[in-house]
Every structure is written in C-alpha cells, then in structure tokens.
Design a binder for this molecule. Sequence first.
Ligand SMILES: Cc1cc2nc3c(=O)[nH]c(=O)nc-3n(C[C@H](O)[C@H](O)[C@H](O)COP(=O)(O)O)c2cc1C
Length: 367
Amino acid sequence: MSRLTRKDDHIIHTLKLYKRPALSGFTDVTLVHNALPEVSENDISLETELFGKVTGAPLIINAITGGGFVPAKVNEALAVASRETGLGMAVGSQTIAVEKPEFAGSFSVVRKINPGGLIMANVGAHVTVDTALEAVEMISADALQVHLNVPQEAAMIEGDRDFRGWINNIAGIVRKIEVPVVVKEVGFGISYEVARLLKEVGVTNFDVGGRGGTNFISIEGLRGNRKLDFLESWGITTVASIVEVKMSCIDSTIIATGGITNALEVAKALALGAKAAGIAGVFLKVLFERNVEGLIEMIECVKSDLKKILLMTGVENSAELRTVPLVITGKTKEWLTERGIDTTIYARRSREPINGRYIFQEHRELY
Ligand SMILES: Cc1cc2nc3c(=O)[nH]c(=O)nc-3n(C[C@H](O)[C@H](O)[C@H](O)COP(=O)(O)O)c2cc1C
C-alpha cells in the first residue's frame, strides 16, 4: 500500500480508535492545592519561549500529516488554528515530499498561512542529513523533529525491520542542522537510557511522545486487519517518560506529548518538568468534528483553563509551575520507584515567602 493511502488511513483510524480516558499516567499525579495563592489572573502570562519564538501558550499542535489532498487540507486548517491561537505547530513526516516534490505544497502551506509562528519540520531517524536539511528548508522551519517509531514500523505489514544506524544519523543531523533538533517518540515514550544515549550525541530537546494516547500499534493492527490487542500496553507512559528524561538530562528541553486532552494534564506535564505540552489526536478529532472554528475555540478554552490552574497553584507563568509540589501515586509511583527515581523530590519541593507571596523554590538538583 502506498504511503499516500497510509497517511489517509492514519487519520481515519486515529478518529475511529479515539477513546477516553487516556492511559498516560496523569491520574497518578496530583498538584498540591494552594489555598493562599496571592496571585491575580491579570498577572498570569502563558507566553512561552520555545526554540527562538514566543508562543501564546506552552502547548503545540504536534506532528500529524502532509502529502496528498486530505493531509494538505488538514495542514491548512491546523496552520490557521496555530496562527489564530499563537500555538507552535509541527507538520507530519516530510520524507514523502523530499522523494516526490509535488507534495511539498501540502507542507509549505503551513508556513504560508502562519509566516511568523513557530513551525517545526519532521523526518524519521532513518533519513540522511540532506533529507533533513531539505525538510527544514521546505517550510523555513524554526526547529526539526526527528521521530522514533520502531513499534509502529514493527506493527506495520509493509514497515521497516532494520533499525540500525539511527543514532549515527541523529548525531549527523544534530551536528549539521542549524535549527534546534527535537528527538520525538510517536506514542511509546523515551526512557532514561535512550535519553542518555541521545544526550551523548548532542541532543538537548526531547518530545517524550509517551504511551496513553494515539496508539500506532492499534492503528497498524486495524490497517492490516490483525488483532494486536496483546501489544497495546507496550511502551512507557507519558508521565513516567517525562520524569525519566528529566532525570537523565536535567538541562534538556522537554515537550510532553501522548494522551494529553485538557488543561489539567498540560499543567501536570509542565509541573513534572516539561517546557510545553503537545497534542495530536484530540486536535485532529476536534478538527474533524467541529471544523477549524471548533478547534480554535477548544484551544482558547484550554488556555483559559490553564490560567485557572495556575491561579489555584499560586504561580504566574508556566516556568513557575515547574516548582509547584505534586504527589505521584499508584502505578506511576511504582514504576518510577522500581526505576530508582525518588518521587518525594516532587512532593516536597521547598518554598519560601517572597514579598508576601509563596514562590516555590526550584529544586537545584532537578532544574
Ligand atoms: C494521524 C496521525 C499521524 C501522525 N503522524 C506523525 C508523523 O508523521 N510524524 C511524527 O513525528 N508523529 C506523528 N504522529 C504522532 C503525534 O505527533 C504524537 O506524537 C502522538 O500522536 C501522540 O500524541 P497524541 O496522543 O496527542 O495523539 C501522528 C499522529 C497522528 C494522530
């Protein structure tokens, strides 16, 4: 089956398979309520510096598609939503357009519609430096995402089976590409060990793309008409992956994607150490159900809800959220404890009053 049909299939099956609740670990995380916040909503700012651009919120429309008629229409609509809401946006894998330049327009339309916004290019880790460079140039990208998708390829009937050489490709891309490079999973998470390996070749930006949201094993199972339910729980949850990557590379920039559906999950991801959250599946679903106007409305709603959560935790911006105490329980605590990570670091973040307002002090060893 051609890659074009595959891209349409991914959209159709994502919409079919969408289910709540997501299983990304966020129900195991509780932000500690602040009954005396001493903060006014007027002073809260969601603006976030990300890869050299200032975005309207610590949230991105993550990589979904490109190539072909339907993907082009989806990219157009997502670009309008990103421009109107100030969110950053990533396009889907551009390899198809490097191979067949007639498809480049379905990606470059995003830059045309949103000339000043944060736009990220996207390629797989199998590509050459030249292909990565072409992808960046195609959309005048501010950053490049390099995706890791081994379980998806393994589950795909026509997928790749040889994954050697990826770390060398990534090392070459990081060395040669001038914009920031973000290594991203597509829904199975990045472990402490993999983050460490990537750090050794110069990677400092990670999108954890954890388990719990869009599941490409299920999608490929549906596409290939095969039952792969027994593999559906494969991967590291988004919450566990944020913590693993943070512990592995303290100074890294983390984007948290994977099953994020509302402002509380965004806030929890930021409090765990992410600089921004990413959403793909839910945005796609809202776009198909309620058009671009509905998507814009939903994003504005998430932004407004996020401000309320910042109010209730007593902080004025998302960076301060990274210092708010939170409690990790349940399966996620068990996982992290077994992995040698002390979750009480988060639960007991220290605080001192500054000008009558309680500012949570950053944990030096964490940030
Ligand atoms: C239809 C669809 C296509 C996707 N295609 C890509 C892609 O080309 N490149 C990529 O890096 N990620 C791709 N993703 C993965 C998302 O960027 C994201 O990492 C993943 O869906 C988890 O986030 P979610 O649970 O919010 O959907 C795709 C996701 C969807 C739903």
